[in-house]
Design a protein around this ligand. Structure first.
Ligand code: B1M
Length: 211
């Protein structure tokens, strides 16, 4: 079995204790860190999501798969980032109110950090007021990212954009949104400045919005 297939199976089956050594072995064997991430771990989370939808796995299995992926990403982290930290400015990011999903948001944060931004991560279940407070505390920050994984929390993306605009940052701070149910159309509808479907393109878009 290839190392990447083994990593996907390990995430899918939530074998938390095995993942770190396995990712390290794959790196030592010369596997591309981006392939380990995309074809190993992200692919495994999609399989888990599909199984959840078919009632073949439940929340505990999703949780343990998420925990396994997080541990694996920590081993990959130094291989995905570079040392130009902060030269592009600050980037405030969070998962919106009511939403606890953070794997995608963390990957976006990691890629944006590797593009040279200093990332201020507000975590999950972040109310609009907390995004606004973070901007007030970081007046030099010109970019905010908000993530939503549930159709039910997409409205919180709109509330976040509205609150940032109402606080006087419209045109001064750019807002990037994303997450599985989000689309470019939705971003346009709520007045966000950018949308991207994945972490890699989020980093490219952040650089574009910052220039
Ligand atoms: Co949840 N969950 N979950 N879950 N979960 C989904 C999202 C779901 C699609 C599963 C399914 O039914 N197939 C479904 C949502 C359905 C819907 O709304 N349409 C769902 C549900 C229903 C729920 C609960 C309601 C289940 C319940 O309790 N009955 C509940 C809600 C809790 C809450 O948030 N209030 C819930 C709970 C959980 C866990 C806590 C168990 C766990 C999360 C653990 C964690 O994150 N720490 C979990 C998980 C793991 C998933 C799935 C299986 C995997 C999510 C994931 O990490 N994907 C997910 C199914 C799926 O996605 N296929 C599912 C991998 C990750 C790399 O991808 O997050 O999409 P993603 O991020 C991508 C892009 O979207 C994009 O880039 C990322 C990297 O490429 N992106 C951005 C993300 N944010 C961005 C921001 C940007 C730009 C791009 O700019 C700022």
């Amino acid at each position: 079995m290839s190392k990447i297939i083994e990593i996907a199976a390990t995430v899918e089956n939530g074998k938390v204790k095995l993942i770190e050594a396995l990712v390290q072995e794959a790196l030592d064997a010369g596997e591309d860190p981006n392939l380990i991430l995309e074809e190993g771990m992200i692919a495994a989370m999609s399989v888990i999501g599909a199984k959840f939808q078919r009632n073949e796995v439940f929340v505990p299995e999703m949780l343990v798969a998420a925990k396994t992926m997080k541990k694996g990403v920590e081993v990959l982290r130094p291989h995905l980032t570079n040392d130009s930290l902060g030269k592009m400015g600050k980037f405030i990011i969070g998962t919106v109110a009511g939403d606890l999903h953070d794997i995608g948001k963390n990957l976006v944060a990691l890629m944006i950090e590797s593009a040279g931004f200093e990332v201020i991560d507000l975590g999950v279940d972040v109310p609009p007021s907390k995004f606004v407070d973070a901007l007030a505390e970081n007046p030099d920050c010109k970019l905010v990212g908000a993530s939503s994984l549930l159709t039910t929390t997409m409205a919180a993306l709109k509330d976040t954009v509205d609150a940032i605009h109402a606080a006087g940052y419209k045109g001064k701070v750019k807002i990037l949104i994303g997450g599985a149910p989000v689309t470019q159309e939705f971003a346009d509808e709520i007045g966000a400045d950018g949308y991207t479907p994945d972490a890699g393109s989020a980093a490219t878009k952040a650089v574009e919005l910052a220039s």
